[in-house]
Design a protein around this ligand. Structure first.
Ligand code: ADP
Length: 184
């Protein structure tokens, strides 16, 4: 059995990183975060700042939205990162990456990414959490496609996200619910 050296494991609590595009955040993502908080003391939601993916929401917008969603949830940190995830993780005390799995179609990509990350840093593990049955069909991509065509996405994303989508796609937002980015 491995012996821990004295003082090696300062009790900083167990920290996990949940990386993703979150363009935008859905209840599928939120469910994973909430369940991860049952296992870890702290969860860092790390937004990939990758312009090549041509996100609908800028990194700044995604940061504001996600910070707002979790404003009353302690032990959540919302941050963004550029470049390799393993380099970002190295700057934190996290040892675990969390990813959600919806279907077998997610598996192959996730398996390759987890294997690559582990090859880049053998001390880093990826923990997969199975999607909640209520959200197995929810992805940021389909949410954007439906919202763009005026379909209702309420119940699948927080109200704030539903409003931001309507604003992006220049669809009518009820006056009462309108909110400026500065209100956040
Ligand atoms: P990425 O572009 O890195 O795949 P996403 O924002 O699409 O980022 O997803 C981040 C993580 O959340 C991924 O592991 C993805 O599989 C997971 N995820 C996305 N939607 C759901 C969902 N409905 N249920 C469970 N996990 C999900």
């Amino acid at each position: 059995m491995l012996q821990k050296k004295k003082g090696e494991d300062k009790d900083m609590g167990k920290i996990a990183i949940y990386p993703g595009s979150f363009d935008p955040m859905t209840y599928g993502h939120i469910d994973i975060v909430e369940r991860a908080l049952e296992i870890f003391d702290k969860v860092i939601i790390a937004i990939a700042d990758n312009a090549e993916k041509r996100p609908l929401f800028s990194t700044q917008e995604r940061l504001q939205i996600i910070k707002n969603i979790f404003k009353d949830t302690p032990h959540i940190i919302v941050d963004s990162f550029k470049g390799l995830l393993v380099d970002y993780v190295a700057k934190t005390n996290a040892k675990v990456i969390i990813r959600g799995l919806r279907a077998t179609s997610d598996f192959e990509y996730e398996f390759h990414m987890a294997s690559m990350n582990r090859s880049l840093n053998p001390h880093l593990d990826t923990l997969f959490m199975m999607t909640n049955k209520d959200y197995f069909f929810v992805s940021s991509r389909t949410i954007k496609e439906v919202a763009k065509l005026g379909g209702g996405v309420e119940g699948l994303v927080p109200d704030l996200v539903a409003r931001r989508l309507k604003e992006k796609f220049k669809l009518p937002v009820s006056k009462k619910k309108q909110m400026s980015w500065d209100d956040m």
